[in-house]
Design a protein around this ligand. Structure first.
Ligand SMILES: O=C(O)CCC(=O)C(=O)O
Length: 240
């Protein structure tokens, strides 16, 4: 991994692909840890820490996994991860959360276009997500799409989306050209890293294959809660 090139691409595009982010062994270990989490830990977590798909059975998202399983807390402390993140958040990495977007085969729901910082409400927006493919993300099973460079558009208006697990979406999609679109297909074990203002979305999974992503969200220790952004978020949620 050429770290200088990754940093330059991230600063320009707000989204990058990191091939072989996990070794095959670490990838298998993480997959097994998610399986174990769903079997043994999910039945005990608070309702707000998991979201089901519309069938009420399959997991759509797991939230705050680091609080319920030391495996995920330890993963987010690996030195090679912290070193890379510190360059991208311009400071000392602080973990916000470990999450999953499971997108099960056939029924996995889509994600409306959004900027993550509409949820995180941090200023400056030195916040990022590492999205690690537990399964290959292909053109068929609902990969993430980004608008390259959209992190430079500032904080755009969002409104309630009515979608469980992704309650906030862009009020209006900006105009963009196909050249600016980045489709985040990935081999299992590879990762995407996106800035918290980079616009992204994904389609439902209609394929026969799951598309699970394991996410680590970090901010720089210097970022602060933005009360104005928090007020917008709270107001939109109360109107749902
Ligand atoms: O997994 C997906 O399809 C979308 C993930 C996402 O919205 C995020 O990382 O903020």
């Amino acid at each position: 991994m050429n770290v200088n090139q990754l940093v330059a691409d991230y600063e320009r595009d707000g989204c990058i692909r990191v091939k072989n982010f996990l070794s095959p062994e670490k990838h298998q270990e993480a997959k097994a840890a998610i399986h174990n989490y769903i079997e043994k830990i999910v039945p005990k977590v608070p309702e707000g820490d998991r979201t089901f798909e519309a069938d009420g059975k399959n997991i759509r998202n797991l939230w705050r996994m680091e609080q319920h399983d030391p495996y995920f807390a330890a993963m987010a402390k690996r030195p090679e991860i912290i070193e890379l993140v510190s360059k991208l958040v311009h400071g000392t990495p602080t973990l916000i959360a470990v999450e999953s977007f499971n997108k099960p085969a056939k029924i996995g729901s889509g994600i409306p276009a959004h900027q993550d910082n509409a949820y995180f409400c941090q200023t400056p927006a030195d916040v990022l997500t590492i999205w690690i493919a537990m399964d290959a993300a292909t053109m068929e099973n609902g990969p993430i799409y980004y608008i390259k460079g959209s992190q430079k558009l500032g904080s755009l208006p969002h409104k309630a989306s009515g979608i469980k697990g992704n309650s906030f979406g862009l009020a209006e999609m900006p105009q963009y050209s196909k050249d600016e679109e980045f489709c985040g297909t990935l081999d299992a074990g590879s990762a995407l890293i996106h800035h918290s203002r980079t616009i992204h979305w994904s389609a439902p999974n209609k394929s026969d294959y799951p598309r699970c992503g394991l996410l680590m969200v970090f901010r720089g220790a210097h970022t602060k809660d933005d009360p104005a952004m928090q007020a917008v978020y709270t107001a939109a949620m109360s109107k749902k």
